[in-house]
Design a protein. Structure first.
Length: 359
Protein backbone atom coordinates (compact mmCIF):
# COMPACT_ATOMS: atom_id res chain seq x y z
CA UNK A 1 0.00 0.00 0.00
CA UNK A 2 2.90 2.37 0.81
CA UNK A 3 4.50 1.71 -2.56
CA UNK A 4 1.23 2.35 -4.38
CA UNK A 5 0.90 5.80 -2.75
CA UNK A 6 4.37 6.82 -3.87
CA UNK A 7 3.76 5.56 -7.39
CA UNK A 8 1.24 8.37 -7.82
CA UNK A 9 3.80 11.15 -7.35
CA UNK A 10 5.33 13.08 -10.23
CA UNK A 11 8.82 14.13 -9.21
CA UNK A 12 11.52 15.86 -11.24
CA UNK A 13 15.18 16.22 -10.37
CA UNK A 14 16.81 19.04 -12.34
CA UNK A 15 20.60 19.17 -12.45
CA UNK A 16 22.51 21.86 -14.31
CA UNK A 17 25.34 20.63 -16.53
CA UNK A 18 28.79 21.61 -15.18
CA UNK A 19 27.08 24.71 -13.80
CA UNK A 20 29.94 26.99 -12.68
CA UNK A 21 32.06 26.20 -15.72
CA UNK A 22 29.12 26.57 -18.09
CA UNK A 23 28.47 30.06 -16.72
CA UNK A 24 32.12 30.97 -17.27
CA UNK A 25 32.12 29.65 -20.84
CA UNK A 26 28.84 31.44 -21.56
CA UNK A 27 30.39 34.71 -20.40
CA UNK A 28 33.75 34.00 -22.10
CA UNK A 29 32.93 32.29 -25.45
CA UNK A 30 36.62 31.98 -26.32
CA UNK A 31 36.76 29.14 -23.75
CA UNK A 32 34.29 27.00 -25.70
CA UNK A 33 35.71 23.63 -26.68
CA UNK A 34 38.65 23.90 -24.25
CA UNK A 35 39.10 21.86 -21.05
CA UNK A 36 38.04 24.35 -18.37
CA UNK A 37 37.81 24.19 -14.59
CA UNK A 38 36.69 26.58 -11.88
CA UNK A 39 38.95 26.46 -8.87
CA UNK A 40 41.96 27.61 -6.93
CA UNK A 41 45.43 28.44 -8.17
CA UNK A 42 47.97 25.82 -9.10
CA UNK A 43 49.69 25.73 -5.71
CA UNK A 44 49.48 22.84 -3.29
CA UNK A 45 46.34 24.23 -1.63
CA UNK A 46 44.33 24.85 -4.80
CA UNK A 47 41.32 22.62 -5.42
CA UNK A 48 39.08 22.14 -8.48
CA UNK A 49 35.47 23.09 -7.68
CA UNK A 50 34.06 21.78 -10.96
CA UNK A 51 35.10 21.21 -14.55
CA UNK A 52 33.52 20.74 -17.95
CA UNK A 53 33.14 17.50 -19.88
CA UNK A 54 36.17 18.22 -22.04
CA UNK A 55 38.32 18.32 -18.88
CA UNK A 56 36.71 15.16 -17.48
CA UNK A 57 37.92 13.22 -20.51
CA UNK A 58 41.46 13.76 -19.19
CA UNK A 59 40.56 12.51 -15.72
CA UNK A 60 39.98 15.89 -14.08
CA UNK A 61 37.32 15.73 -11.37
CA UNK A 62 35.68 17.96 -8.78
CA UNK A 63 37.55 18.19 -5.44
CA UNK A 64 40.81 17.20 -7.15
CA UNK A 65 43.91 19.15 -6.17
CA UNK A 66 44.69 21.72 -8.84
CA UNK A 67 48.28 20.47 -9.11
CA UNK A 68 47.03 16.94 -9.83
CA UNK A 69 44.49 18.25 -12.34
CA UNK A 70 47.24 20.04 -14.23
CA UNK A 71 49.30 16.86 -14.31
CA UNK A 72 46.35 15.02 -15.83
CA UNK A 73 45.60 17.85 -18.26
CA UNK A 74 48.51 20.31 -18.69
CA UNK A 75 46.48 22.59 -20.98
CA UNK A 76 43.60 22.85 -18.51
CA UNK A 77 42.24 26.41 -18.27
CA UNK A 78 41.54 27.32 -14.64
CA UNK A 79 39.34 30.32 -13.88
CA UNK A 80 38.45 31.75 -10.46
CA UNK A 81 34.89 31.33 -9.23
CA UNK A 82 32.34 34.15 -9.20
CA UNK A 83 29.83 33.06 -6.57
CA UNK A 84 27.75 36.24 -6.86
CA UNK A 85 27.13 35.48 -10.55
CA UNK A 86 26.30 31.83 -9.88
CA UNK A 87 23.79 32.84 -7.20
CA UNK A 88 22.17 35.31 -9.58
CA UNK A 89 21.78 32.67 -12.29
CA UNK A 90 20.53 30.16 -9.72
CA UNK A 91 17.81 32.61 -8.71
CA UNK A 92 16.75 32.95 -12.35
CA UNK A 93 16.44 29.16 -12.53
CA UNK A 94 14.49 29.10 -9.26
CA UNK A 95 12.01 31.60 -10.71
CA UNK A 96 11.43 29.26 -13.65
CA UNK A 97 10.73 26.36 -11.27
CA UNK A 98 8.17 28.48 -9.43
CA UNK A 99 6.07 28.81 -12.57
CA UNK A 100 5.22 25.12 -12.20
CA UNK A 101 5.21 24.32 -8.48
CA UNK A 102 5.84 25.67 -4.99
CA UNK A 103 7.19 22.29 -3.88
CA UNK A 104 10.86 22.88 -4.61
CA UNK A 105 13.74 21.39 -2.63
CA UNK A 106 17.05 22.97 -3.65
CA UNK A 107 20.05 20.74 -2.98
CA UNK A 108 22.58 23.34 -4.11
CA UNK A 109 22.76 26.29 -6.50
CA UNK A 110 22.58 23.96 -9.49
CA UNK A 111 20.17 21.16 -8.61
CA UNK A 112 16.73 20.73 -7.07
CA UNK A 113 13.81 18.36 -6.65
CA UNK A 114 10.39 19.48 -7.89
CA UNK A 115 7.07 17.86 -7.02
CA UNK A 116 4.71 18.56 -9.95
CA UNK A 117 2.02 16.09 -8.91
CA UNK A 118 -0.59 18.86 -8.64
CA UNK A 119 0.62 20.88 -11.65
CA UNK A 120 -1.91 20.92 -14.48
CA UNK A 121 0.33 22.72 -17.00
CA UNK A 122 0.91 20.67 -20.19
CA UNK A 123 -1.96 18.37 -19.16
CA UNK A 124 -0.06 17.45 -16.00
CA UNK A 125 2.64 15.53 -17.90
CA UNK A 126 5.81 15.53 -15.79
CA UNK A 127 7.79 14.53 -18.88
CA UNK A 128 6.60 17.56 -20.85
CA UNK A 129 6.98 19.85 -17.83
CA UNK A 130 10.61 18.75 -17.42
CA UNK A 131 11.26 19.33 -21.13
CA UNK A 132 9.72 22.79 -20.96
CA UNK A 133 11.65 23.71 -17.81
CA UNK A 134 14.92 22.72 -19.46
CA UNK A 135 14.05 24.78 -22.54
CA UNK A 136 13.04 27.78 -20.41
CA UNK A 137 16.33 27.56 -18.52
CA UNK A 138 18.23 27.60 -21.80
CA UNK A 139 16.16 30.49 -23.15
CA UNK A 140 16.69 32.53 -19.99
CA UNK A 141 20.30 31.72 -19.13
CA UNK A 142 21.90 30.14 -22.19
CA UNK A 143 22.75 27.10 -20.05
CA UNK A 144 21.72 23.46 -20.38
CA UNK A 145 20.18 21.26 -17.71
CA UNK A 146 19.49 17.56 -17.40
CA UNK A 147 16.40 16.14 -15.73
CA UNK A 148 15.13 12.90 -14.26
CA UNK A 149 11.43 12.10 -13.90
CA UNK A 150 10.20 9.37 -11.57
CA UNK A 151 7.47 8.59 -9.01
CA UNK A 152 10.00 8.18 -6.18
CA UNK A 153 12.61 10.66 -5.05
CA UNK A 154 15.85 8.71 -5.21
CA UNK A 155 15.08 7.44 -8.71
CA UNK A 156 14.45 10.97 -10.00
CA UNK A 157 18.03 11.82 -8.99
CA UNK A 158 19.40 8.64 -10.57
CA UNK A 159 17.45 9.36 -13.75
CA UNK A 160 18.83 12.89 -14.13
CA UNK A 161 22.30 11.37 -14.55
CA UNK A 162 21.29 8.88 -17.23
CA UNK A 163 21.42 11.18 -20.27
CA UNK A 164 23.85 13.92 -19.20
CA UNK A 165 24.64 16.45 -20.50
CA UNK A 166 21.54 18.24 -21.78
CA UNK A 167 19.35 15.16 -21.57
CA UNK A 168 16.33 13.73 -19.85
CA UNK A 169 15.30 10.30 -18.62
CA UNK A 170 11.87 9.15 -17.49
CA UNK A 171 11.07 6.25 -15.19
CA UNK A 172 7.34 5.56 -15.26
CA UNK A 173 5.56 3.82 -12.37
CA UNK A 174 5.52 0.58 -14.36
CA UNK A 175 9.25 0.89 -15.05
CA UNK A 176 10.32 1.36 -11.42
CA UNK A 177 11.05 -2.27 -10.52
CA UNK A 178 12.55 -3.29 -13.92
CA UNK A 179 14.83 -0.24 -13.77
CA UNK A 180 15.93 -0.96 -10.19
CA UNK A 181 16.67 -4.59 -10.96
CA UNK A 182 19.12 -3.63 -13.72
CA UNK A 183 20.57 -0.64 -11.85
CA UNK A 184 24.13 -0.67 -10.54
CA UNK A 185 24.14 -0.03 -6.80
CA UNK A 186 26.79 2.69 -7.17
CA UNK A 187 24.13 4.91 -8.78
CA UNK A 188 22.17 5.16 -5.51
CA UNK A 189 22.88 8.27 -3.47
CA UNK A 190 24.64 7.19 -0.28
CA UNK A 191 26.48 4.28 -1.86
CA UNK A 192 30.06 5.54 -1.98
CA UNK A 193 33.26 3.62 -2.61
CA UNK A 194 33.43 2.08 0.86
CA UNK A 195 29.77 1.02 0.92
CA UNK A 196 29.98 -0.30 -2.63
CA UNK A 197 32.98 -2.47 -1.74
CA UNK A 198 31.12 -3.92 1.26
CA UNK A 199 28.19 -4.76 -0.98
CA UNK A 200 30.38 -6.26 -3.69
CA UNK A 201 32.24 -8.32 -1.07
CA UNK A 202 28.99 -10.10 -0.19
CA UNK A 203 28.06 -10.58 -3.84
CA UNK A 204 25.67 -7.64 -4.31
CA UNK A 205 26.11 -5.54 -7.46
CA UNK A 206 22.65 -4.62 -8.76
CA UNK A 207 19.23 -3.72 -7.46
CA UNK A 208 18.05 -7.21 -8.32
CA UNK A 209 20.79 -8.68 -6.12
CA UNK A 210 19.41 -6.63 -3.22
CA UNK A 211 15.84 -7.67 -3.97
CA UNK A 212 16.88 -11.33 -3.99
CA UNK A 213 18.89 -10.89 -0.78
CA UNK A 214 17.94 -10.56 2.88
CA UNK A 215 17.30 -7.26 4.66
CA UNK A 216 19.13 -8.36 7.81
CA UNK A 217 22.21 -9.19 5.74
CA UNK A 218 22.30 -5.55 4.67
CA UNK A 219 21.72 -4.29 8.21
CA UNK A 220 24.50 -6.50 9.59
CA UNK A 221 26.93 -5.10 7.03
CA UNK A 222 25.73 -1.49 6.68
CA UNK A 223 23.92 -0.69 9.91
CA UNK A 224 20.80 1.48 9.63
CA UNK A 225 21.58 2.36 6.01
CA UNK A 226 20.92 -1.30 5.26
CA UNK A 227 17.21 -0.70 5.98
CA UNK A 228 17.22 2.34 3.67
CA UNK A 229 18.94 0.51 0.83
CA UNK A 230 16.59 -2.44 1.15
CA UNK A 231 13.54 -0.19 0.84
CA UNK A 232 15.04 1.74 -2.08
CA UNK A 233 15.47 -1.48 -4.02
CA UNK A 234 11.83 -2.39 -3.35
CA UNK A 235 10.90 0.89 -5.07
CA UNK A 236 9.97 2.58 -1.78
CA UNK A 237 11.14 6.07 -0.88
CA UNK A 238 8.92 7.72 1.71
CA UNK A 239 10.63 11.12 1.55
CA UNK A 240 8.63 14.08 0.26
CA UNK A 241 10.04 17.06 -1.57
CA UNK A 242 10.73 19.33 1.39
CA UNK A 243 10.85 23.10 1.29
CA UNK A 244 10.81 25.56 4.15
CA UNK A 245 11.04 28.59 1.90
CA UNK A 246 7.95 30.78 1.86
CA UNK A 247 7.25 32.35 -1.50
CA UNK A 248 7.38 36.12 -1.12
CA UNK A 249 6.16 37.30 -4.51
CA UNK A 250 4.58 36.34 -7.82
CA UNK A 251 5.50 38.11 -11.04
CA UNK A 252 5.42 38.06 -14.82
CA UNK A 253 7.64 39.90 -17.25
CA UNK A 254 8.17 40.29 -20.97
CA UNK A 255 11.38 40.98 -22.90
CA UNK A 256 10.64 42.71 -26.21
CA UNK A 257 12.13 41.71 -29.55
CA UNK A 258 12.37 45.45 -30.28
CA UNK A 259 12.71 48.24 -27.71
CA UNK A 260 9.55 50.22 -26.93
CA UNK A 261 9.67 54.00 -26.54
CA UNK A 262 5.98 54.94 -26.40
CA UNK A 263 4.42 54.98 -22.94
CA UNK A 264 0.97 54.24 -24.35
CA UNK A 265 2.27 50.99 -25.87
CA UNK A 266 3.83 49.95 -22.55
CA UNK A 267 0.66 50.71 -20.64
CA UNK A 268 -1.51 48.78 -23.09
CA UNK A 269 0.76 45.76 -22.86
CA UNK A 270 0.73 45.90 -19.07
CA UNK A 271 -3.06 46.26 -18.78
CA UNK A 272 -4.03 43.83 -21.54
CA UNK A 273 -1.38 41.14 -21.16
CA UNK A 274 0.79 41.26 -18.06
CA UNK A 275 -1.74 42.05 -15.34
CA UNK A 276 -4.24 39.37 -16.50
CA UNK A 277 -1.40 36.84 -16.61
CA UNK A 278 -0.28 37.92 -13.14
CA UNK A 279 -3.83 37.52 -11.82
CA UNK A 280 -4.05 34.00 -13.25
CA UNK A 281 -0.66 33.00 -11.87
CA UNK A 282 -1.46 34.45 -8.43
CA UNK A 283 -4.86 32.84 -8.05
CA UNK A 284 -3.75 29.71 -6.17
CA UNK A 285 -1.51 31.72 -3.83
CA UNK A 286 -4.27 34.18 -2.97
CA UNK A 287 -6.52 31.36 -1.77
CA UNK A 288 -4.48 31.30 1.46
CA UNK A 289 -2.34 34.45 1.31
CA UNK A 290 -2.96 38.18 0.95
CA UNK A 291 -1.24 40.85 -1.13
CA UNK A 292 1.32 43.07 0.62
CA UNK A 293 2.51 45.25 -2.26
CA UNK A 294 2.38 45.89 -6.00
CA UNK A 295 5.43 46.45 -8.15
CA UNK A 296 6.61 47.30 -11.67
CA UNK A 297 10.04 46.46 -13.08
CA UNK A 298 11.53 48.17 -16.13
CA UNK A 299 14.78 47.42 -17.91
CA UNK A 300 16.04 50.10 -20.30
CA UNK A 301 17.85 49.58 -23.60
CA UNK A 302 21.20 50.14 -21.84
CA UNK A 303 20.34 47.21 -19.49
CA UNK A 304 19.93 49.49 -16.46
CA UNK A 305 17.02 48.18 -14.41
CA UNK A 306 14.66 49.89 -11.99
CA UNK A 307 11.77 48.74 -9.80
CA UNK A 308 8.95 50.76 -8.23
CA UNK A 309 6.82 49.28 -5.47
CA UNK A 310 3.97 50.40 -3.22
CA UNK A 311 2.31 48.71 -0.26
CA UNK A 312 -1.21 47.76 -1.24
CA UNK A 313 -3.61 44.94 -0.42
CA UNK A 314 -5.29 44.29 -3.79
CA UNK A 315 -4.71 44.29 -7.55
CA UNK A 316 -5.19 47.84 -8.79
CA UNK A 317 -4.61 48.88 -12.40
CA UNK A 318 -4.42 52.54 -11.37
CA UNK A 319 -1.54 51.87 -8.99
CA UNK A 320 0.28 49.72 -11.54
CA UNK A 321 -0.12 52.60 -14.03
CA UNK A 322 1.31 55.12 -11.56
CA UNK A 323 4.25 52.84 -10.74
CA UNK A 324 4.93 52.33 -14.45
CA UNK A 325 4.92 56.07 -15.01
CA UNK A 326 7.47 56.63 -12.21
CA UNK A 327 9.69 53.78 -13.38
CA UNK A 328 9.73 54.96 -16.99
CA UNK A 329 10.40 58.54 -15.87
CA UNK A 330 13.61 57.36 -14.22
CA UNK A 331 14.94 56.43 -17.66
CA UNK A 332 14.83 60.05 -18.86
CA UNK A 333 13.61 59.10 -22.32
CA UNK A 334 15.47 55.80 -22.77
CA UNK A 335 13.65 53.04 -24.65
CA UNK A 336 12.42 49.97 -22.75
CA UNK A 337 13.52 46.39 -23.48
CA UNK A 338 11.74 44.59 -20.60
CA UNK A 339 8.59 45.21 -18.56
CA UNK A 340 7.42 43.23 -15.55
CA UNK A 341 4.71 43.41 -12.89
CA UNK A 342 4.56 41.60 -9.56
CA UNK A 343 2.80 41.35 -6.23
CA UNK A 344 4.29 40.75 -2.78
CA UNK A 345 2.67 38.10 -0.58
CA UNK A 346 2.12 38.19 3.15
CA UNK A 347 3.43 35.11 4.93
CA UNK A 348 -0.05 34.27 6.23
CA UNK A 349 -3.52 35.64 5.70
CA UNK A 350 -3.35 37.66 8.93
CA UNK A 351 0.14 39.18 8.87
CA UNK A 352 0.54 42.37 10.81
CA UNK A 353 1.68 45.69 9.39
CA UNK A 354 4.99 45.32 11.26
CA UNK A 355 5.78 42.19 9.27
CA UNK A 356 5.26 44.08 6.03
CA UNK A 357 8.34 46.12 6.83
CA UNK A 358 10.40 43.00 6.14
CA UNK A 359 9.73 43.50 2.47
Amino acid sequence: MVEEDHRQKKLIHVDMDAFYVSVEIRDNPELKGLPVAVGGKSDRRGVIATCNYEARKFGVRSAMATANALRECPHLVIVPGRMNVYKEVSQQIREIFERYTDLIEPLSLDEAYLDVTECDILHGSATLIAQEIRQEIFNKTGLTASAGVAPVKFLAKVASDENKPNGQFVITPDDVIPFIEKMSLKKISGVGKVTLKKLNDIGLYTGQDIRNSNEMLLVNNLGNYGHVLWKRCQGIDERNVETTRVRKSVGVERTFSEDISEYADLKALMIEKLIPELMARSKKHLETRTISKLGVKVKFNDFVQTTKELKHSSMDEGIFDALLDEAVHRGQGKAIRLLGVHIGLNETSDDSVDQLELF
